[in-house]
Design a protein around this ligand. Structure first.
Ligand SMILES: *Cc1c(COP(=O)(O)O)cnc(C)c1O
Length: 221
């Protein structure tokens, strides 16, 4: 099966200390199950809440699911019981809602803050200023039901490698500044999720700890 070969080839190029998230959006259940059974790969990423919830509920419990898409507040409840990490928290409002819904389920939800580092207008994400303002807000420290594990971002969709590299450097630097200034005593603020099929090698060179790879494994969507 092509996707098994693809997966093994990709796997070989990723260092031990970098997590590989197989982005399975639009891939059928059977494909995911086969990859899991044949290779033991157990970490998948989905960008729609409904799809993630359905897949998680029907596939083996040994599989973990990261949510990587734009999350609408009305989908939080649906998602929470099914995901181990929400990578795409792109507003304070969303963070507070995730906290509120998590409290109702009596759980702590791991999240990453998504930053806007690309030149494209359309990509979602926070700025450094917005993030600092959020951290300084008096309500921020009362959010007991979310755990900030790091940052996530997407580079511009372009062949210009120097631009992509620059954006990854920006994200890594942002992470380091936040860690130094606000999370120095919190060892779990440690993840930098960056790199997709077309740019993950650059992302790893620039300090990614998690790459999110879809089409290189499962084929073009
Ligand atoms: C779809 C998606 C990916 C994977 O993209 P590929 O180019 O197929 O590897 C990674 N991150 C996010 C946020 C995505 O939506």
């Amino acid at each position: 099966m092509e996707f098994i070969k693809n997966y093994l080839a990709v796997r070989k190029t990723i260092p031990e200390n970098v997590m590989l998230i197989a982005v399975s959006k639009f891939s059928p259940f059977e494909t995911i199950l086969t990859l899991y059974n044949e290779t033991g790969h157990s970490l998948f990423g989905e960008s729609r809440a409904q799809e993630l919830a359905l897949k998680q509920a029907q596939l083996p419990v040994g599989i973990s699911w990261h949510f990587i898409g734009h999350l609408q507040t009305n989908k939080i409840k649906l998602l929470l019981a099914h995901t181990s990490l929400i990578q795409s928290v792109d507003s304070y409002r969303l963070l507070k809602e995730i906290n509120r819904e998590s409290a109702q389920l009596d759980k702590v939800t791991d999240v990453l803050l998504q930053f806007h580092v690309a030149t494209e207008e359309t990509k979602f994400g926070l700025s450094k200023d917005e993030t600092v303002e959020m951290i300084m807000d008096k309500e921020f420290n009362t959010l007991q039901n979310i755990k900030l594990k790091g940052v996530m971002g997407m580079a511009s969709f372009t062949d210009d490698h120097s631009l992509v590299r620059k954006e990854f450097k920006t994200l890594r630097r942002l992470f380091e500044e936040l860690r130094r200034d606000y999370f120095a005593s919190d060892a779990s603020f440690s993840e930098v999720s960056m790199g997709m099929s077309s740019d993950y090698t650059l992302a790893i060179e620039e300090g990614s700890t998690m790459v999110r790879i879809g089409s290189l494994i499962f084929g073009e969507r």
